[in-house]
Design a protein around this ligand. Sequence first.
Ligand code: APR
Length: 248
Amino acid sequence: MDDLIKRAAKELSETKNAVALTGAGCSVESGIPPFRGKGGVWERIDPDYASIEKFMSDPADVWNVLIKEMKDLVDKSKPNECHKGLAKLEEMGILNTIITQNVDGLHQMAGNKDVIEFHGSFAWQRCMDCSEKCETGKVDMSEIPPRCKCGGIYRPEVIFFGEMIPPDALFRSKQLASQCDIMLVVGTSAVVHPAAMMPVIAKQKGAKVIEINMERTPLTDDHISDYLIAGKAGEVMKGIITELERLM
Ligand code: APR
């Protein structure tokens, strides 16, 4: 692992045009569980709860089973070494943009300024009737599902299964993927599309793809990633930053 950390730091030190694609694994060390795999949310909760059909048919159930728990976890969480390392990479002029599938806002909290929220943001709720937005922290939770002043039900500003990726986010992500020199793929199982296509686009256009994950993914097995640094995202990112600071 140490050799690969050194290799990644060296390659990153030679570019000003890296992009990161991040997933739930980035926030595990902040206390937010991943979706898939051991200890993942989908081990306990049917993934149907993340579908728009389920939310439309029984919003109270989805609020009770999934959204309330997410709110508690997100409220308590703070950026970890992975988020901080990615923020440092932006500050060093190496990383341009993070494309994140996470909705927890931790990249922004760590200091990253250019974050594409591919699956939306949990920071906001939107009224399904009048479309007025309310900060999640300010929503009155005494009634479930919580309601707007107009009586409409609030939904998080996230992308449920069965909904479209915001067109601007998709367009910009594809553009960045096709123009970057290095794509860092951190803590994603890379099975949810179209997010998982971004490293494929980057690879096709000649970028280096560096994966950081505890496990192999389809990107590792299909040789989309040039190499996998197998380890916890926070530890690996910390190692990369230490090495970069030595090099620069
Ligand atoms: N460090 C690095 N990687 C980790 C860590 C860690 N500490 N912990 C777990 N991982 C890895 C797992 O090995 C797995 O590959 O993070 C990945 C998490 O995968 P998923 O739970 O599938 O998360 P993600 O890829 O972000 O999911 C994509 O699926 O359910 C939807 O909308 C949801 O945005 C989400 C999308």
